[in-house]
Structures are given as structure tokens and as C-alpha cells.
Design a protein around this ligand. Structure first.
Ligand SMILES: [Zn+2]
Length: 336
């Protein structure tokens, strides 16, 4: 089967003929349909995820597929099920690391990968969904959408009418705007250095679009969520926090980087400001995915405008180029 393989740091992925090995206890063979590309994969390409020692390795952590084969002990999914493939741990067995054969050598992979025609995944990294659930929507339930909904629901302590800014409006950022709208943040400020993102942000329920957080002059902001991981952007955000402000870090600064806090005494103002790193929205796949599908089926989650680019797996590096350009909503890779 075809698989996109990261063979060397800072190099394009290579499409290789990779073979699956026999399933071990708690593993599931999934025929992949579509996957979303996430900023986390760009970090892996740069070797920022401590992953250089695992090369060559397979990639991807949000996808939709069909269950083809079950390893011993698997009980939460059955053959033929459509599944969301997610990186957060859900129900079922935590299996050993999957193995594949590349160039007659056995390689190991993460507990879930999605950027190949088939994937061996740990049972607890997939969740069954109704068969009529659209594949692209399923894919973003694996990371971008569920992370965003989880962050707003579980990690911001957002109160009705609090002001909120999202900095960096890529896949997760656009979903954060919509999640903030579901919880009645007011106003919802989208910040992205790319002016071309304005329409996508407004379609995702932003009230205001700015290219820099410093341009917001009206007031201080109650909740700021940074998805860029850029130290200077994060430092400027801290200055914009209200006295009860919470800054949530979603984007991860590169290893060895510092974040400066100017006039740090201000952190003691009011109720004490909070800076914290997200834990993937604390998503609990088996509980949250059914709730999110219900919202989608009821028309309360709009996702179609997010799928701005789609590529075949053979063109995956074009997909990463679009992701790097900052022009995309969510880049979808077809792995059929
Ligand atoms: Zn992700």
C-alpha cells in the first residue's frame, strides 16, 4: 500500500510501498478514506516532537476510515464500521506500537497514523460513528474540531458575553471561533496575519478580524487563545489580557524558545491572570464525538467552508505547502 513516510528531518515526505504486519492484541486494521493535515505534522517534519530518533516513520493523527480487520481482544468496533481516528485516548485496549515493513525492514509507528491507504491503530485511538457521517467531518473530529470544542468547553472557563480572541486562524483556530460562538463569547475577535483569511474567519462566526492583536484598542480581552506558538505574538497577547484574563497556549513554541512578559507586575492585577497550555481540549473521544455529531446533524456546527483544499496522497507535499502558506482552512488528504 501507499504510505507517506517522513524519512529525514526538514525534507518532503516520500510516498513508499509499505506493508502492514499481522495485527497484535488490541490492534485494528483501518482502510483510510481521508485525513486532515495538522500543524503538529509540520512540527514533526522539523523534528520538534522529539521524533528524529524514530525515522523513518508514518504520519497523521486525524482521519476517517473503515474497519477491515480486528486483532485479538478488540470489542469496541466491528468490521465495516466507519471510524474517527484520533490521537486522544478513548475506550478499548491500548495496544503495542504497530509495525510495518518498509524496504524489507520492520519499522514501528505511533499508536495512530492516517496518511497511508491502510493503518494499524490501537483500539483506543478509534471511535465508531454512524455510517452516514461525512468523511471530512469525521476526520476533523480526530483533532482540529474536537480539540477546539474541548478547549472552549473544558479549558477556558468562558462565561456568557466574555470577550475572546483567537490568534492564528488555521484549522484549529477557525474551529475555536465557532466553538466560542456556540458558548456566546462577545465579541469574538479573529487575529491572523493573512488578510485573505478574513472571510473564512467571519464565516466561522468571528465578529472582528484583525491582523495583529495590538490593533484591538477597545478594551482588554478576557480570553486569548494562541495557536501560532510564536513567542513575540504570545508576549504581545499577555499585554492585552483583562484583569481576569486567561491566555491559553495551543501552538507550541519551538524547543529552546523564551516567552517575555513585559511589566510582569500586571499579572497580579484584578483576579490574577492565567497563562496555561492546553491539554488537547481534554477531549474524551467516546463521550464527546457522539455529542458533536448530534450538533452537526442539527445544523449547529458548520464545517464545509473549512475544507479549502483537498489533495490525493501522492500530492501530500503540496498539501503541506498550502498548510505552511497560512492560506488554508483545513487541508484534506484523500487516501482512498
Ligand atoms: Zn492535530
Amino acid at each position: 500500500m501507499k504510505a507517506a513516510v517522513l524519512e529525514a528531518i526538514d525534507q518532503p515526505l516520500v510516498i513508499r510501498d509499505v506493508k502492514c504486519t499481522d495485527l497484535k492484541v488490541g490492534q485494528v486494521l483501518v482502510r483510510n478514506i481521508v485525513s486532515g493535515l495538522c500543524g503538529a505534522q509540520l512540527q514533526e517534519i522539523h523534528g520538534f516532537k522529539n521524533n528524529a530518533k524514530f525515522l523513518p516513520h508514518l504520519m497523521g493523527h486525524e482521519g476517517c476510515g473503515i474497519v477491515e480487520e480486528l486483532g485479538e481482544g478488540v470489542s469496541t468496533v466491528k468490521i465495516g464500521d466507519k471510524v474517527v481516528m484520533h490521537w486522544r485516548v478513548g475506550s478499548g485496549i491500548e495496544s503495542d506500537f504497530p509495525n510495518y515493513i518498509l524496504n524489507n525492514k520492520i519499522i514501528s509507528s505511533g499508536k495512530v497514523t492516517t496518511l497511508s491507504q491502510y493503518s494499524i491503530v490501537s483500539e483506543n485511538r478509534i471511535t465508531s460513528v454512524p455510517n452516514d457521517t461525512p468523511p471530512e467531518f469525521c476526520a476533523i473530529l480526530g483533532c482540529a474540531l474536537s480539540t477546539a470544542l474541548g478547549i472552549i468547553d473544558n479549558e477556558t472557563d468562558l462565561k456568557f458575553g466574555e470577550s475572546l480572541a483567537i490568534i492564528g486562524c488555521g484549522g484549529v483556530g477557525l474551529n475555536l471561533l465557532q466553538a466560542a460562538s456556540l458558548k456566546n463569547a462577545c465579541p469574538i475577535i479573529a487575529v491572523d496575519k493573512n488578510q485573505n483569511k478574513k472571510n473564512l474567519c467571519l464565516q466561522s462566526d468571528a465578529n472582528i478580524f484583525l491582523q495583529n492583536i495590538e490593533d484591538y484598542k477597545d478594551n482588554k480581552i478576557d480570553i486569548i487563545i494562541d495557536t501560532t506558538g510564536i513567542p513575540e505574538v504570545i508576549s504581545n497577547s499577555i499585554d492585552k489580557l483583562s484583569d481576569k484574563g486567561r491566555l491559553i497556549l495551543v501552538g507550541q513554541p519551538a524547543p529552546g524558545k523564551f516567552i517575555e512578559i513585559s511589566n510582569a507586575l500586571n499579572l497580579f492585577n484584578g483576579q490574577g491572570k492565567i497563562i496555561k497550555a492546553t491539554q488537547g481540549g481534554k477531549t474524551c473521544p467516546q463521550n464527546d464525538i457522539p455529542r458533536y455529531i448530534k450538533l452537526f446533524n442539527d445544523g449547529r456546527l458548520k464545517v464545509n467552508h473549512l475544507f479549502t483544499h483537498q489533495f490525493d496522497i501522492d500530492e501530500i507535499n503540496k498539501g503541506f505547502d498550502v498548510l505552511r502558506s497560512g492560506e488554508a482552512g483545513r487541508v484534506i488528504i484523500s487516501t482512498n
